[in-house]
Design a protein around this ligand. Structure first.
Ligand SMILES: CC(C)(COP(=O)(O)OP(=O)(O)OC[C@H]1O[C@@H](n2cnc3c(N)ncnc32)[C@H](O)[C@@H]1OP(=O)(O)O)[C@@H](O)C(=O)NCCC(=O)NCCS
Length: 116
């Protein structure tokens, strides 16, 4: 995504859930879920689909799988700082806006969440 992750986001990286979408052995999609203190909320990070694979249904594939897995582990809420340009994508999958626009790493973002 050409962005430098914030230090707090990469702390305890090994304790976060990493989801990948592959064609053969090539990683073409990813999203990370970081459990927040209290263990009922995760923060999504770094969702991206490789440029040439976008708008072909790849990005939505992991959503059901990821949400099912997180529910099974007892998580109740997913939150994220979503790029303004991706808001309509997340809205399609039941995520709701929680804030106005703000700049994060020079890119417009809005807070979104989904409660199971
Ligand atoms: C946002 C992103 C993850 C979506 O993945 P994708 O593979 O392109 O999305 P899909 O093809 O699975 O699209 C699923 C649906 O969402 C829609 N959609 C996809 N991207 C959208 C967008 N940016 N805005 C509005 N709708 C979008 C598609 O048209 C499709 O709708 P349909 O089911 O009604 O046909 C991908 O475009 C991406 O990596 N973008 C750059 C990085 C980024 O912005 N990441 C999100 C950071 S918060």
């Amino acid at each position: 995504m050409n962005l430098k992750p914030a230090g707090a986001d990469t702390e305890n990286d090994a304790e976060q859930f990493h989801f990948g979408g592959f064609i053969d052995e090539d990683l073409i999609a990813c999203v990370l879920a970081k459990p927040l203190p209290g263990q009922t909320t995760v923060k999504l990070r770094q969702r991206a689909v490789e440029n040439s694979a976008q708008r072909k249904g790849v990005g939505k594939e992991p959503i059901d799988f990821m949400e099912r897995m997180l529910k099974e582990r007892g998580f109740k809420t997913i939150e994220m700082s979503a790029r303004r340009t991706a808001i309509d994508f997340y809205t399609k999958f039941g995520y709701v806006l929680m804030s106005d626009c703000y700049l994060e790493q020079g890119v417009l973002h809005m807070k979104m969440c989904k409660v199971f």
